[in-house]
Design a protein around this ligand. Structure first.
Ligand SMILES: [Ca+2]
Ligand SMILES: [Ca+2]
Length: 679
């Protein structure tokens, strides 16, 4: 009631002040990994989200909203640019965002909006296009987080979800009230490792959260992609890091243990005491029970889902504070409030946590909007929408032109269902790239219509899946090979091709398998000693890789894929090849690669020396390698050597340090090589 009253108040104020008050404000609130199935307005069986439900009640709930690449950083780049990953350059969580490209906030800022970005950013480069920004470094911390600002790094005591909201409200209160505003408020929660706020540590203590129907999925009809992932509650959760059994968990030298110990160390004594005490008795019972098999999975699910939902309860509270502020300050009527998540998440469905797959639970994202001046209360839409639509929507709502090269469509025409609806899309398009990588979800692309979903897994697999979502909403029956679906399948395969053409993506740019070319040369299978093996070395198989005669040219996107390469950090690569007998040598060198985003650089100097006894070496030539900007692979060698010797030493000196302006600037560079060449 209070809300309706304020709404009419704003409308009459707007009418009195004339047309210049028309430009609406936008508050875009995004959680991280918050699945729609954990929101009561989406029919959650496991929790209540009263404040998020307020947005749905006052506005519109999108029931078929999907991300274009289900992982944190790529989603953020897509929301800023209105472009798919292959166009905005952020294919995976490893690559930084190029902030010089046009973005919605930048264009709105130019159109006179005040813009702010507060919370999780995760794009590695500094935010651009914002009058004000205050962002978590990387994933950020739940407790006592640091924030990055234009003025430097700041440290705060407290809980991230609350602090982010405090900063957002503070910015709203101190904004220039003569201009409209665009606020991006991005929560870190409920991202792994699901660390609840102190006051919610015992929420759900006495209840058993219902299990998803597919907690014990056997993946019977699906491709190996679903079997070969590493995101199972059963196998891939760490007892200490993920499940807060601080007393147990992984050995001291693992990443999980180090992170857990660092987390506990960063807490204030009071926080530490409260957190440790909250889990202690249940942990003791668990450790004594010595659970196995399904009982162990069930226990892990309960611990995981309760912490996940506890984090969401804090998000819900804090969204409530923002809604209250907008209502109490009279801004609510002409402010578009959006609530969404960067993607969905597995809450035990298929036995999983995490995201990445194009299956519904992580593909779908919650999307709620309220804007009383325009959107009728309590509406729902089943239009197929994508996160690539958000940037055009921001601009359209702000009255700014949407650049022609943005790939999404403004959702504004869908917001007032009284009007004639525009022709809308019949299918969404998806492409996930980050493989090989953490969680081992294979690369795949696909489309979803209202009824069907077609997915192609590729790279080190070639597998298709087709689901009839009307008959099989849980996606348990892959019908790709079912003759009853051949006609549908063919139509969808054609549609997929059309979508790829429409969005300007060529699958062959990413399809190249990891083909290794063979090269016959004198050093192949020669005896090899690596002098610099004592330094930090990427792979234990380096010595083998360097003389196996195989080399790989990466002309396509290759994520963090280093198969077949040996890497050296900071130290020179110093190798001695033993040819067994005196041999005429004309050329010596190596095949190496440069991936600047991963701190991998070509060497700066290549030296060759030879020896008859393996002890006394004489110089045989060297070349300086001019710095190269572009990533790629290349052969580097000293030619015209004209020596006869049994032993050849090849030394590649890395660049002195990573150049200014590049990721990792000033740090030691890596040197990656996959073959030593001897002719
Ligand atoms: Ca995420
Ligand atoms: Ca090799």
């Amino acid at each position: 009631m209070r809300y309706l009253f304020l709404f009419s108040l704003v409308l009459s104020a707007g009418a009195g002040a004339g047309a210049q008050t028309a430009r609406p404000n936008i508050v875009f609130i995004m959680a991280d990994d918050h699945a729609a199935q954990a929101m009561s307005c989406y029919g959650s069986r496991i929790n209540q989200t009263p404040n998020l439900d307020r947005i749905a009640q006052h506005g519109i709930r999108f029931d078929k909203a999907f991300c274009t690449n289900s992982i944190c950083a790529p989603v953020r780049a897509t929301i800023l640019t209105g472009k798919f990953s292959h166009r905005n350059g952020v294919l995976d969580n490893l690559y930084p965002f190029d902030g010089s490209q046009p973005t919605a906030p930048k264009l709105m800022q130019q159109a006179g909006y005040q813009t702010a970005m507060i919370g999780k950013w995760h794009l590695k480069s500094d935010p651009t296009g914002f009058n004000y920004w205050k962002v978590l470094p990387g994933q950020g911390a739940y407790y006592n987080p640091d924030f990055l600002t234009a003025g430097g790094r700041e440290h705060y005591e407290g809980y991230a979800t609350t602090l982010i909201t405090d900063f957002a409200l503070d910015w709203l209160q101190h904004r220039d009230t003569s201009r409209p505003f665009f606020l991006m408020l991005h929560h870190k929660a409920p991202h792994r490792n699901w660390m609840p706020e102190e006051k919610y540590l015992s929420l759900f203590d006495s209840v058993a959260i219902p299990e998803p129907l597919t907690l014990f999925d056997d993946y019977a009809t699906r491709s190996d992609a679903s079997r070969q992932q590493q995101m199972r509650i059963a196998d891939d959760m760490d007892l200490a890091y993920d499940l807060k059994v601080w007393e147990a968990g992984s050995a001291s030298d693992t990443w999980f243990r180090r992170e857990t110990d660092a987390f506990l160390k960063e807490l204030t004594p009071h926080q530490r005491e409260t957190l440790v005490a909250a889990y202690a008795s249940e942990n003791n019972r668990f450790l004594q029970a010595n659970l196995r098999d399904s009982a162990l999975i069930r226990w892990k699910y309960q611990r995981y889902i309760k912490d996940y939902l506890r984090c969401i309860q804090s998000v819900d509270d804090q969204v409530g504070r923002v809604l209250d502020y907008l209502e109490n300050s009279g801004l609510a009527g002409n402010t578009l409030v959006i609530y969404t998540s960067d993607q969905g998440f597995y809450l035990g469905e298929h036995g999983w946590f995490d995201k990445r797959f194009m299956y519904e639970e992580s593909y779908r994202q919650p999307l709620l909007m309220q804007w009383p001046a325009v959107i009728p209360a309590g509406t729902a839409s089943d239009a197929l929408v994508m996160n690539v639509d958000l940037a055009p929507t921001f601009l359209d709502v702000a009255g700014s032109a949407v650049p022609a090269d943005m790939q999404g469509k403004s959702l504004k025409p869908l917001l007032a269902p009284g009007r004639t609806l525009p022709a809308w899309r019949d299918a969404t398009y998806y492409h996930y790239f980050e493989y090989p990588a953490v969680h081992a979800v294979k690369r795949h692309y696909g489309l979803r219509t209202k009824r069907y979903k077609l997915v192609h897994f590729y790279f080190d697999i070639d597998a298709w899946e087709l689901y009839d979502l009307d008959k099989d909403p849980g996606e348990l029956q892959n019908v790709y090979e079912n003759p009853a679906y051949y006609n549908i399948r063919n139509a969808l395969l054609l549609r997929l091709q059309q979508l790829q053409e429409y969005y300007g993506e060529r699958p062959e740019d990413y399809l190249a398998p990891l083909r290794a070319d063979t090269l016959e040369h004198l050093g192949r299978n020669a005896g090899l000693s690596l002098i610099s093996m004592s330094g930090q070395c990427f792979s234990k198989d380096t010595a083998h890789f360097l003389t196996d005669g195989l080399y790989r040219d990466f002309s396509v996107y290759n994520a963090g894929y280093n198969e077949g390469y040996g890497g050296f950090r900071g130290n020179p690569l110093e190798a001695i090849l033993d040819l067994g007998k005196p041999t005429a040598i004309l050329e010596a060198g190596l095949h190496c690669r440069q991936v600047t985003q991963s701190w991998i650089y070509y060497p700066s100097l290549l030296q060759v020396s030879v020896s008859d006894d393996g002890q006394n070496f004489r110089p045989a030539g060297q070349i300086e390698v001019p710095a190269e900007q572009a990533d790629g692979t290349r052969w580097l060698s000293v030619k015209n050597i004209s020596e006869t010797a049994r032993y050849v030493q090849i030394t590649a000196i890395p660049v002195a340090g990573i150049p200014a302006g590049m990721p990792g600037s000033g740090q030691k560079a890596w040197l990656f090589a996959d073959e030593l060449l001897l002719r």
